[in-house]
Ligand binder design. Structure first.
Ligand SMILES: [Zn+2]
Length: 318
């Protein structure tokens, strides 16, 4: 047990609550580390107003919940006013938040209302659009969240060297005819290209393709156009995306945007047509990561295609 001397003395802190002994009682107040920067999400930052207001609400709520006396509460609210004004918050916004919390009768038994039966949706903040969209979605029964924007730290290196020399992502492979194929891989691009090449080789050994053969779209393209050749040496990673779900979404978006003629489907992730008008805004990084010169065999393509073509013609004449 911590011991206290006579008179006022600050004692221990528990979960950011400072316990202070006065003559006959223990007072609770919000503990702030001496080196606290007093910096919060600025009011003039590009974030949804709800996100910025939530900063004020969380500070004010904590003051009401922790302060054990009117004296402690007033001191904390004065501190919050100063700090929020220092972070660009208008006085009337701060006063409104404090007034609302006073009127709501917030007590120590206060617990946030959890509406977990509603589906959640997280919307990025776009001024003028997000407010309209979130109001319509709320009416449709969604619980809408607004993540705060990217911070400087989110752009900085996390100390882990995640980008390998052959990272996973979305790639594009051109054919000699000018058509392209867009695919995705969680493994090194080299491995995936070799699988495509093997699929083309296996496909060209057939005289007729059956549905169950399961050859890649590239193999089908070469089978149907034996004089074409796939330019594996010009394959590019057009987006480095190591996370599986994000990669599937990116693949579908790149297909929706670039409409590669060789692809037989739109990828594994369905992108609604309503996004079509804005898919062109997606930045496709051509030459982001050129084909890594590795041990891949390029024995497929033109030679195999020409041989197969001759074989097919010979068989057809028999
Ligand atoms: Zn072609």
């Amino acid at each position: 047990m911590p011991s206290f001397g006579k008179g006022i003395k600050s004692g221990p802190t528990v979960a950011n609550v400072l316990i202070t002994k006065r003559e006959t009682r223990l007072d609770l107040s919000v503990h702030k580390k001496p080196n606290h920067s007093d910096r919060y999400l600025r009011y003039d930052s590009y974030n949804h107003p709800i996100v910025k207001n939530s900063v004020a609400y969380s500070l004010v709520d904590r003051a009401f919940l922790v302060g054990s006396s009117d004296f402690e509460l007033k001191a904390e609210l004065d501190y919050i006013r100063d700090v929020l004004i220092g972070n660009g918050y208008p006085q009337k916004v701060i006063d409104k938040v404090i007034f609302r919390r006073k009127m709501s009768g917030i007590t120590k038994n206060f617990a946030p209302k959890i509406e977990d039966d509603k589906p959640f949706l997280s919307l990025p903040y776009i001024k003028g659009i997000t407010a309209i969209l979130s109001s319509k979605l709320t009416k449709l029964g969604f619980k809408v969240f607004f993540p705060s924007g990217r911070t400087i730290s989110s752009f900085l290196n996390k100390g882990k060297d995640k980008i390998t020399s052959d990272p996973p992502g979305v790639y594009e492979i051109p054919c000699s005819c000018g058509d392209t194929y867009i695919g995705r891989t969680m493994r090194p691009l080299n491995h995936r290209l070799k699988e495509h090449a093997d699929s083309i080789d296996a496909c060209l050994k057939k005289t007729k393709l059956k549905e169950e053969d399961n050859f890649s779209a590239l193999a089908h393209h070469i089978f149907e156009n034996p004089s074409h050749s796939i330019n594996f040496d010009q394959a590019q990673l057009i987006a480095i995306v190591p996370q599986l779900l994000k990669q599937k979404i990116r693949e579908a978006l790149e297909i929706a945007k670039n409409k590669p003629a060789i692809n037989k489907d739109n990828g594994e992730f369905h992108i609604s047509e309503i996004w079509e008008p804005i898919t062109h805004k997606l930045k496709t990084h051509k030459k982001l990561h050129p084909f890594p010169k590795g041990p891949i065999s390029l024995r497929s393509t033109r030679t195999a295609a020409i041989n197969a073509s001759a074989k097919i013609r010979a068989m057809a004449q028999q």
